[in-house]
Design a protein around this ligand. Sequence first.
Ligand SMILES: *Cc1c(COP(=O)(O)O)cnc(C)c1O
Length: 414
Amino acid sequence: MEKHKESMMMSLGYNPEWSEGSVKPPIFQTSTFGFKTAEEGKRFFEIAYGKSQLGPDEQMGLIYSRLNNPNMQILEERLAVLEGSEDAAAFESGMSAISTAMLAYLKPNDVLLISDQVYGGTHHFVHHFLKDIGVEVVVLSAIDDVDTIMTQLKEKNCVERVRMIYTETPANPTGKLIDLALLEQLKSTLNEHTAQPVISAVDNTYLGPIWQNPIELGTDLVCYSATKFLNGHSDVIAGAVMGSKEHIAPVKGLRTFLGGMIAPYTAWLLTRSLETLHVRMDYQTKNAAQIAKFLEGHEKVTRVYFPGLPSMGTRQNAIYNNQCKAPGAMISFVVQGDEEGAFRFLNALKLVKLAVSLGSNESLAQHPFSMTHANVPDDEKLSTGVALGLVRLSVGIEHVEDLIDDLSRALEQV
Ligand SMILES: *Cc1c(COP(=O)(O)O)cnc(C)c1O
């Protein structure tokens, strides 16, 4: 019987016999690896640069830590298992993962379709850097119907040039869900018109890989800020991209030259975090569900965003039931009194820390309008639900009674 993913996180890709019986993989803190012979070094480079393929009984060797390193490889094997993908590429940050994946596929004059609510850093990279180098960016504000989107794209004269569809679901910060199955239909329709196959990419940072598996729905590339739930201890910046070997190859290829690969120590820390991922996400999600219920009934709170809540609406909940296994641990909510109300609340928190980032074992709260999404134009923020009174809460593993007590006390200050 093939073992469950949780069990595989304890040993996959490493054998204690290789390192003096050390149960945990050591940190291979080295920049370079010795070759046994010059011929061996020559052979490894032929394979690394794609001049030749590995033979059936041949194994790739270690060369130099920008190309490969045992800690990066152990981590990547485990990430691929968690995601249910053939391959994974690990990066030194989520932004490095996302920007490298985009640059690996997008060239000037290509069209990138992107959903209207994405992480602030992704938004900046796409709307400034990619546009500046000549990539045409088309924002999809409604993703409800393939025909409507196709009509819009035809009007813009860009159907044949679409190269990538990039979305984030649940979207940061309002948790809006995007129908990934519908995007795959859009991709197939576009593929009838494009010279090269369209690549679909999803930022799965909020729910994946435990609660949402875009690969199962047909997504080509799954991107992560591994800084968040994957690491889960607010002590590492890291990123990852998962997909088939074919889809990951250009991403790893470009990573070698942009140099954003994960460092040995970062990879080691993240490998350790993956051992507890399912336990943490499960517990955090249970805490969050109780807190969402508490917030929904609170007089100072005018709106709660949390996947699956009846107030999210029938269309959103239909997507939720189709592609998510659980709501996750991110809650956004609007307090009375706009920015002043939100700031009074945030300043009064004691247990929950006032900080950006998310997915950690400690609870964190922040004000998206003025913090993580400060750089998004105000009208765009307001039209996508990023209100002045919106607070984003990432629920940790503290005792839920203490969390509700802290939130309750802070809401009294609103
Ligand atoms: C944090 C975050 C990123 C960026 O990741 P870094 O690790 O900070 O570079 C990208 N997408 C989402 C959804 C995030 O929350």
